[in-house]
Design a binder for this molecule. Structure first.
Ligand code: SF4
Length: 376
């Protein structure tokens, strides 16, 4: 089983924190769709005809694609892949596009999951972030999706924003958990190098990201969580039972996937390839029958380090038996010893053959994993 990711590189404007590849106009949308159709055909053998289990339209703002454009893409995917076992079909959407009509069209096309970029329900925070929707539009978007029959709705929220107090963050969480959602992605604000926020901080026009505030608000999130039926299944992801993102979970398991569109990455089990993060270049490449610009072979060490990082970021944790089988008894024992000696007991548990980080430990997951990395 495999997954397909489609990168839609258009946004109405750039949000202040955004480090994803997108362009702030839609004038090349028609050419992009044509190029994508050609790329789907060119790369039809990448996954060796393995059945596709998950399909994910990310971006950028995929909800800027009209139903007829999405339909063309889906028909082309059907022509070249086995979609008979498709269990999850997600579209990332911004609230302003999720009208009742568009939500119904998405359901008719077969989408069964929406990931909505809400970020906050505070108008002043939305304006600071450069979001184009209002809080009311975000609430209506979730309602429209629910009414259209979506019963797997995720929203994104960002915390650690200097402009929002802890109390206001608590209000945002209260509002989120009142909505008919099944999944919540919560990210701490970061200043990505290619974002406007980064430039503002570098130029002294905005305070640096406040790590203490972010950590405090992460803990506040967990206090709110305890009054709900949501649980944390990855550092930044929370859901009701059975609503884990199957597409993202497959990334964390090293399941092969095909990425289509500019800046999209693909993984075949031992190497990664990616398209240029440049729409014009991407379209020229595909027009010339060239598939990708960059490629990285993953050595056994790379794969091992990635396994440690990805597994420790999830509540499933590290499967010690699998680690023993793949990397040997000594390696698995060294990992267990490292935890015993260097990781505070409140940050992990070793039970049922798995090393799992607790909610406390997950906040430090990347640092804990990096200390375990093998260096060649
Ligand atoms: S955060 Fe999303 S909507 Fe905003 S610019 Fe980035 S990709 Fe576009």
């Amino acid at each position: 089983m495999s997954g397909i990711y489609i990168h839609v590189p258009f946004c109405p404007s750039k949000c202040i924190y955004c480090g994803f590849y997108s362009v702030a106009h839609t004038r090349d949308k028609e050419s992009y769709v044509k190029t994508l159709l050609a790329e789907i055909e060119l790369r039809r053998d990448y996954l060796s005809h393995s059945p596709i289990q998950t399909l994910y339209f990310g971006g950028g703002t995929p909800s800027l694609l009209h139903a007829d454009e999405l339909s063309q893409i889906l028909r082309q995917l059907e022509r070249h892949h086995d979609l008979s076992g498709l269990g999850e079909m997600t579209l990332e959407a911004n609230p302003e596009q999720l009208t009742p009509k568009y939500c119904k069209e998405l359901r008719t096309l077969g989408f069964n999951r929406l990931s909505i970029g809400v970020q906050s329900f505070q108008e002043h925070v939305l304006r600071f972030m450069g979001r184009r929707h209002t809080a009311q539009q975000a609430i209506s978007a979730v309602g429209n999706a629910h009414t259209a029959g979506f019963d797997n709705i995720s929203i994104d929220l960002i915390f650690g924003v200097t402009e929002r107090t802890d109390e206001q963050w608590g209000q945002d969480l209260d509002m989120a958990f009142r909505l008919p959602i099944q999944h919540l992605s919560c990210y701490a604000l970061t200043a990505e190098e290619n974002s406007r926020l980064y430039k503002q901080i570098q130029g002294g026009n905005h305070a640096p990201v406040d790590d203490e505030q972010a950590e405090r608000q992460y803990r506040l999130l967990h206090e709110h969580l305890s009054a709900t039926d949501f649980f944390q299944y990855e550092v930044s992801n929370y859901c009701k039972n059975g609503f884990e993102s199957r597409h993202n979970s497959a990334y964390w398991d090293h399941t092969p996937y095909l990425g289509l569109g500019p800046a999209a990455h693909s993984f075949d089990g031992h190497s990664r390839q990616w398209n240029p993060a440049n729409l014009k270049l991407y379209m020229e490449n595909v027009a010339d029958g060239r598939l990708c610009e960059e490629r990285e072979e993953l050595s056994p060490t790379d794969l091992c380090n990635e396994t440690l990082l990805l597994a420790l970021r999830t509540r499933q944790g590290l499967n010690l038996e699998a680690l023993r089988v793949q990397y040997g008894d000594d390696f698995a024992s060294a990992i267990v010893n490292h935890f015993r000696e260097h990781v505070p007991a409140s940050q992990y548990e070793n039970a049922a053959g798995r090393l799992r980080l607790t909610a406390d430990g997950l906040w430090f997951a990347d640092g804990i994993a990096e200390n375990l990395f093998i260096v060649d």
